[in-house]
Design a binder for this molecule. Sequence first.
Ligand code: FEO
Length: 400
Amino acid sequence: MRPVEIRPDIYWVGVNDRTTDLFEGLWPVSDQGVSYNSYLIKDEKTALIDLSKESFTDDFVEQVSKLIDISKLDYIIVNHMEPDHSGALLRIRQLAPNARFVGMGKAISMMKDFYGVDDNVMVVKHEDTLSLGKFTLRFLFTPMVHWPETMITYLEEEEIMFSCDAFGSYGSLDGVLFDDEAKDQLPFYEKEALRYYTNIVAAFSRNTLMAIDKAAVYPFKIIAPSHGLIWRKDPMRIVSLYQQWAKYATEQTEPGVTVLFGTMYRNTERAMEACLQTITNEGVPVEVFNVSTVHPSFILPSLWTKKGVLIACPTYERAMFPAMVHALDIAEIKSVKNKVAGYFGSYAWSGGAQPVFESYAEKLNWDIAGALEFVGCAKPDDIQTIQQIAQQVARKSKEG
Ligand code: FEO
């Protein structure tokens, strides 16, 4: 997309990434794409807010060059040092040798760590301001959303929050930039915002709530994040969604059960099939994921938002089926806590998956509603026990 004037003298100069398969080398975006949003403010002094990923530097420089002579750039505002926003830093420094990098102390020390740059920098503190002429930037320190140096830049005169990763989403910008332009695509961006939240931000939900509180002190008309849509029609929509998801870390979640299954020869899968209606008969929605074929990135939104978790997988060489271990490792890294959980699965000659499940449950503060290991295929008694476990998980997941 070409640069877009979002307000007089304030421009989106981002780029779309449709070729990276794994965001952060972890999270699939092959089908959805992702945007690296940057913003240019033209005033008596010019400022760029965030940059782009290194491999998009040429595209990014071209975007900015359509609007200004980069060599005359005055400030580069560093909201966040993760290289999807700082990768173009060295080239921009070459092209704009007089521009000063502005960031929190930790951002400036990271510039030295990542790029060997420690000159022409300006360290700012929470609520410091920088006048560009008619516009004033105010810097709000929002640490651990989701790195220690992260800040939000607030443009006072236009009441715009340049929030970087906060309020972002996956999804390239397919000819639309604003929430009011997205129309039928809005559910896509909101769904991808939840996936982005659970993949990238969720482990720092407490910090996210603190950041929202800090930002809420100031009136805002526009939320301009570093990924995904700019929210100008209903900026509170994305703030409320992030607030709701952040509260799920410690407060009431949504009714429902996430069923994760792994299976080698379908014995565990058949047992899982036998208990799904037990859950829906309790009036509780259910989502089923095959951990061998579905990436954890797509499982996390359900795990994060639903109260109940049912783990169905076999023992594999006296331990848990490896694909399930991977899914649960990701759940642990992302702090998917305070669930009601059950386990069942087949084994051939010795069990071993159940103690692994119990270990995860303990670490994640999951309330165990029941567990069963069965040999070979599930017999009628096994099915009855599995249905009882599923029923307990469902009943305890009704209220979210
Ligand atoms: Fe979009 Fe944490 O970088």
